[in-house]
Design a protein around this ligand. Structure first.
Ligand SMILES: Cc1ncc(COP(=O)(O)O)c(C=O)c1O
Length: 401
């Protein structure tokens, strides 16, 4: 990709997605997992802002077992893009969505008996059976049936002919934090449910629990022995496969999956750029942007970038964030606007419209990550990436063979 070539897509702001990086990240993680452990890649929110269809097609070719989504529209896009494998909707569906889920062969999360009864009725009405996964809350305090109620629900569901519970899962609250205690306790609870089900002869095809941090930091989370022979263990990572997991705290032994011994070299897959669309000189006292929150202290110069909060570029970066311009870390001046962001161009007297600023990514060997932007905006890499708006066109780079 040549950033100097200005076309319709790259005229103002765009994202480049390195699909090769995603394929390599999946293979690198898979190599670390126990034999037979599959990757259920989380591609909700437009594949964390990277573009759903090309990411999923790349991941399927790289060996992903299936995909995790949060909404049926995402599943429909995957099916339209030719994804045939399992799609798990890990967020509860409403009764009104059941028929569509069945038509799309989506595996819904079961989070209550009422929901199970509803899915059973819809499936029987259609002369089919609904493949579903039971969501067990082992301590996140969000969706799912509490672990203490899971056995009873499982036994009730076993009697519903329209429902085929093929998997069981849980989700961790704090696997990325230095304190390993909460995750160990969630693992204990999940394993006891699995052991109890196995003791009662209740069989499922697969179990999954580990988000990126758990897959990288807790070996237990990808080796559930209690499931028994023939039961496939899956991991359910998102952020690490996009290469943006810098917030995962190092292990208590001082190592880290990124920098410690045996670190996995996850590659950042996304870069985000915006062009300089105007340049302006300032005299001392001249204001910059709404409400004049920046005022020139001397003869200065600003570059106006064609990106704003309507593109998902955080308003909170006003007067405090940075971008890369000519390889230098360059401060944002004044308020970020809906479509524009002003940055300091004083060091570059010959800067001209058409030059590229990098918001996330590498420029002349200097790097800004989504984690860096998140740090300045008071957010997390997840919220920065998933909020990059539909106006920002994604250019997918070919996968290296
Ligand atoms: C239910 C569920 N599973 C897995 C993930 C993936 O988490 P991560 O991106 O931290 O790997 C998420 C992300 O929010 C999730 O909600």
């Amino acid at each position: 990709m040549d950033p100097e070539r200005i076309d319709e897509v790259t005229a103002r702001t765009w994202v480049d997605v390195d699909l090769g990086a995603i394929a390599r990240n999946i293979r690198a993680l898979a190599k670390r997992l126990p034999e037979g452990c599959g990757v259920l890649m989380v591609v909700k929110a437009d594949a964390y802002g990277h573009g759903l269809e090309p990411v999923a097609q790349t991941a399927a070719a790289a060996g992903a077992w299936g995909f995790g989504v949060a909404a049926l529209d995402e599943a429909a896009r995957l099916r339209a893009a030719g994804i045939r494998g399992p799609i798990v909707c890990a967020m509860p569906l409403l009764p009104v969505e059941a028929e569509r889920a069945l038509a799309l062969s989506v595996i819904p999360a079961i989070t209550s008996l009422d929901q199970a009864l509803g899915f059973d009725a819809v499936a029987r009405g259609a002369g089919r059976s609904f493949e579903a996964h039971l969501d067990i809350d082992t301590g996140l305090g969000r969706t799912g049936v509490w672990d203490r109620d899971a056995i009873e629900l499982m036994e009730r569901m076993a009697k519903l002919p329209g429902l085929d519970i093929t998997g069981i899962f849980t989700h961790f609250s704090s696997a990325d934090e230095a304190d390993r205690g909460p995750t160990e306790r969630q693992l204990d609870r999940f394993e006891s449910v699995l052991a109890e089900l196995a003791a009662r002869g209740v069989r499922v095809d697969c179990v999954h629990a580990a988000n990126s941090a758990a897959a990288l930091r807790f070996a237990r989370a990808s080796r559930f022995a209690a499931g028994g022979a023939g039961i496939r263990v899956l991991v359910r990572p998102g952020i690490a496969l996009y290469g943006a997991a810098g917030e995962i705290a190092p292990d208590t032994d001082g190592g880290s999956w990124r920098t410690g011994e045996g670190a996995i070299p996850f590659e950042h897959a996304l870069s985000w750029h915006a062009r300089v669309i105007a340049v302006k000189d300032l005299q001392p006292g001249d204001p910059v942007s709404y409400h004049g929150r920046y005022v020139a202290r001397g003869p200065e110069r600003i570059a106006v970038l064609g990106v704003g909060y309507a593109d998902g570029w955080p308003l909170a970066l006003s007067n405090r964030g940075h971008v890369l311009l000519r390889g230098a870390l360059t401060p944002i001046r004044g308020a970020v606007c809906m479509d524009l962001t002003m940055v300091d161009a004083t060091p570059f007297p010959d800067l001209h419209p058409g030059e590229v600023a990098t918001l996330i990514g590498t420029q002349d060997g200097k790097r800004r990550s989504a984690e860096d932007v998140a740090g300045e905006a008071g957010e997390i890499a997840y919220s920065i990436l998933t909020r990059i708006g539909p106006r920002v066109r994604r250019r997918a780079m070919e996968v290296e063979q």
